[in-house]
Design a protein around this ligand. Structure first.
Ligand code: HEC
Length: 288
């Protein structure tokens, strides 16, 4: 029999592990994908999306969420959903997912319709033909999932396939949205490059100075940044493969092997993290 306290810890772990599943089961029968333009919102119901004249049947041979499987989807080109919107050159588009994963995504890539480059599609899971679990026994990538039939054309990375999408939001620019994540001048070219790499690779899950929409992992600067409490070797090891530093079966942090983050990029990233420890933004703790 489980001892009281362990029973509690076990239940909590179980709840966390299954919260997505529970949410998916409790979710509305006709889920919506929301495009938030700040002053206006457009909500697309699944049933409406599945009726659109621009719905296509697509095949995805190298699917980031279903490795080794050839997938086929009913999908709408992402650009079509944004077609009637004025989008300024500095505007930033962010995606949001059910589990709190959220990040800016290149709007040039998301809205591209030139067939010589990768084209993004919003795949829609039909209730009659559910997709397999992303992990065995877990929930699928649906109801909405951003896929790229030809990812190689624009070298689309694994973090550019957000699944269990809730929607997208558009803001004037990233600095307006999150001023405290930017390097503070004077900042070296390495720090600037590290910042770019941070927004692409880490910001989907971690906040910086408590700014950002990623709520999967801890803040990477306050109260302490990782360069303040981990030596460089341990930090590199953790980023390359978190399980290599501390084993944790339920870890949700991705590994960043050299194929997705070069040694040089890793150096820049660490330079940025170290730089930010000198520019902490004092914010009061959020109480829930
Ligand atoms: C898919 C989400 C995800 C991504 C992407 C991600 N992390 Fe994490 N990270 C986590 C989670 C969750 C934890 C908490 C421990 C765990 O689950 O492994 C964590 C833990 C950490 C820690 C340890 C914090 C501590 O004090 O224990 C550091 C440092 C870290 N991440 C840095 C990074 C950096 C740098 C990047 C980008 C290269 C990154 N992470 C990308 C989810 C993520």
């Amino acid at each position: 029999m489980l001892h009281g306290r362990w029973k509690y810890a076990f239940c909590l772990a179980w709840l966390i592990a299954n919260s997505q599943l529970l949410r998916a089961e409790d979710g509305p029968r006709d889920p919506v994908l929301t495009l938030d333009f700040g002053d206006a919102k457009v909500a697309y119901k699944r049933s409406e999306l599945l009726q659109r004249p621009d719905l296509e049947h697509i095949e995805v041979a190298a699917d980031a969420s279903y490795p080794g499987r050839k997938m086929s989807y009913q999908a709408v080109p992402a650009a079509k959903l944004f077609a009637n919107q004025k989008i300024s050159p500095q505007a930033v588009i962010q995606f949001q997912c059910l589990d709190g994963f959220s990040a800016p995504i290149s709007k040039e890539r998301l809205l591209n319709s030139d067939p010589r480059q990768s084209i993004a599609y919003i795949a829609i899971e039909s209730p009659d033909a559910p997709w397999p679990g992303v992990k065995a026994g877990g929930p699928s990538a649906g109801p909405f999932y951003l896929v790229w039939p030809q990812p190689k054309l624009s070298q689309i990375g694994p973090e550019e396939w957000p699944f269990q999408l809730v929607g997208f939001s558009l803001r004037e620019n990233l600095r307006q949205l999150y001023p405290a994540i930017f390097p503070v001048e004077p900042a070296s070219a390495e720090v600037q490059q590290g910042f770019t790499s941070f927004t692409k690779n880490c910001f989907p899950c971690h906040t910086m100075n408590r700014q950002g929409a990623g709520e999967v992992g801890p803040d990477l600067n306050v109260p302490y940044g990782p360069t303040e409490y981990l030596n460089r070797r341990s930090l590199r090891r953790l980023i390359r493969n978190p399980q290599d530093l501390r084993y944790y079966a339920k870890s949700r942090m991705s590994a960043f092997p050299k194929s997705s983050l070069s040694d040089e990029e890793l150096n820049h990233l660490i330079a940025y993290l170290a730089h930010m420890t000198k520019h902490k933004v004092a914010t009061t703790a959020k109480h829930h």
